[in-house]
Write a protein of this length. Structure first.
Length: 558
């Protein structure tokens, strides 16, 4: 096994790929700035020298609050070179969560970057905390990245770290309460990133240029591992950044990605965008026609900006099997993976030979997996966390005596090794009839309906379960029309019957409730990684539940 660490790879690329463009950053108005490996590392060396000059305690936590951008990568490298540990904060977080992470981590300095709601977030930042503004940050009176690097000579040599040193603390997105700080060492980050790189190369070979668009939050382990850290190890990946939601299609067209990873909610939104231009039945009919079907499929993928993609992945949450099948029919080999913050996103992935919609793949090299007597998935990964920051009690609870991590997910393994997730151990709820219901499989059935964007199945202590749905984005504005509302209600009533025909009698739904307000990160119903916050959504309808259960209707609006 190699003894190289992630910074060793970076210094090699600085020398061997000095003039190769590594990062492409949109700067507004269709303009971009390209950074070669030499320029990227030079910027990082200058900032590292500045951080070193501040005489912080070795291993100090330095935070980054920013949307994805080239300077996020540079700042992380600078933090590592200067002997410290990165703490990245989701750029959409509320002031309360930002304050918690800064306080809990004991951050000594904060980088402020691209942000949409800085004025709401700024009160979380103490006046005593030193801050540095990235070039694309909102207006502040902080010292700027460019002024510091302009007046600071670059750090020389190959400053390195020990394998056991902490590289980063990744705070979970808090779908089940207070975020936990997951500690990752340089040794484990490097080993996982090496294996991720091998996995990508084994699937797509070595194209002339592997291009990837970075847009999922870098504060989340999925993007951090599979985009940033894998590209730092690989050296041959060209990373493009997205400018904004409004320019996303142009950003995709610019990048022409060969590797593209996303989360289920966005894969669903892409599909719904296609359906607004062509009804599902018409598209299905066209795709069934020989030759013409291939032409139509290529046109759809080109319209999405995904026609160059050699590897498409989905992670972070379960994705409906029907959605995977739809993309594969278009010719996009969409594969589902499974991992978590605690194993540095290195656990399971589908392969060309072993895959099935609804399954999350087989163990990646070096990963051990078993199912406990209670049905919980237990994993030991090369990317395993060191533990939870300042929470040795939670760390002890999280592992079995022989070192397997308790994922909290329920699952089944097929004979061919494929893993199927059947729900969260803690998400199981009991109805008043004493039966346990696993919501995730039922939600996957509901989410496959073209009118549905998201769903939640609940019913703690009720006679039976119920579902709450958010309608597809394109459909929502039209529900002010009485005829459209009636059509939606009829479709939901049919969906209710269809779901109940596919589940056990104790899992059958009493009703479907249609949410008038979409669930979003901003209103607190979604985490920064777009997972649903079950407790928040359940609380929002709690007062109306008894009336709905007493009513004979099967579809309600909330």
């Amino acid at each position: 096994m190699s003894n190289k660490l992630i910074l060793d790879y970076v210094y090699e690329h600085e020398t061997n790929r000095a003039n190769q463009v590594y990062l492409t950053q949109p700067t507004g108005g269709g303009q971009v700035s390209d950074y070669t490996w030499s320029q990227t590392v030079d910027e990082a060396r200058r900032m590292a020298a500045y951080l070193k000059s501040r005489n912080l305690e070795p291993g100090s936590r330095i935070a980054i609050l920013s949307k994805n951008c080239a300077h996020f990568f540079m700042a992380e490298l600078a933090i590592w070179m200067s002997g410290h540990t990165t703490v990245a904060i989701f750029p959409t977080e509320t002031a309360d969560t930002i304050r918690f992470v800064l306080d809990h981590s004991g951050a000594s300095l904060l980088f402020v970057g691209k942000l949409d709601t800085w004025q709401d977030q700024k009160p979380a930042v103490s006046d005593h905390l030193p801050c540095i503004a990235f070039p694309l940050a909102p207006p502040t009176d902080y010292d700027t990245w460019d002024s510091i690097t302009g007046r600071t000579e670059p750090m020389q040599g190959r400053p390195n770290r020990n394998a056991d040193d902490l590289a980063m603390i990744i705070y979970t997105s808090g779908s089940t309460g207070t975020p936990k700080g997951v500690m990752h060492s340089f040794g484990r980050v490097t080993r996982a990133s090496e294996e991720i790189t091998k996995d990508i190369v084994s699937r797509i070979g070595r194209p002339e240029e592997n291009r990837i668009l970075s847009y999922l939050p870098l504060a989340h382990v999925f993007e951090r591992a599979w985009v940033e850290c894998a590209s730092l190890v690989d050296g041959q990946t060209h990373v493009y950044f997205a400018e904004s939601l409004d320019t996303f299609l142009q950003d995709l067209q610019r990048a022409r990605p060969t590797t593209f990873i996303s989360v289920p909610r966005l894969w669903l939104k892409f599909q719904q965008g296609v359906f607004t231009k062509m009804p599902p039945k018409k598209l299905d009919r066209l795709l069934s026609i020989p030759i013409l079907g291939r032409i139509v499929a290529k046109k759809v993928l080109t319209g999405l900006g995904l026609n160059h993609v050699l590897l498409a992945g989905s992670g972070s949450a379960p994705i409906p099997a029907e959605l995977i099948a739809w993309y594969r029919r278009l010719g996009l080999n969409l594969i589902e993976g499974y991992a978590m913050t605690e194993d540095f996103a290195y656990s399971h992935n589908s392969t060309e030979a072993i895959n099935a919609p609804g399954c999350v793949g087989v163990p990646l090299p070096g990963v051990q997996v078993r199912i406990s007597d209670e049905g919980e998935i237990l994993i030991k990964s090369p990317g395993q966390m060191v533990g939870y920051y300042k929470r040795p009690d939670l760390t002890a609870e999280a592992f079995t005596e022989d070192g397997f991590f308790r994922t909290g997910d329920r699952g089944e393994r097929r004979k061919d090794g494929l893993l199927k997730i059947t729900g969260r151990v803690k998400e199981l709820f009991k109805t008043s009839k004493g039966k346990y219901v696993a919501p995730a499989p039922i939600e996957n059935i509901i989410n496959a309906h073209p009118m549905v964007e998201l769903s939640l199945v609940s019913g703690v202590g009720q006679p039976s379960a119920y579902a709450m749905v958010v309608l597809a984005e394109a459909l929502r504005p039209r529900t002010t029309d009485a005829a459209v509302r009636q059509e939606v209600e009829q479709e939901m009533a049919q969906l209710l019957k269809s779901v109940n025909n596919q589940v056990a009698d104790y899992e059958q739904l009493k009703m479907i409730v249609i949410a008038r307000e979409p669930w979003s990160i901003e209103n607190g119903f979604l985490t920064p990684t777009m997972k649903i916050r079950r407790n928040r959504i359940e609380s929002a309808v709690e007062q109306e539940l008894d009336n709905w259960y007493a009513n004979r209707a099967s579809v309600f609006w909330h």
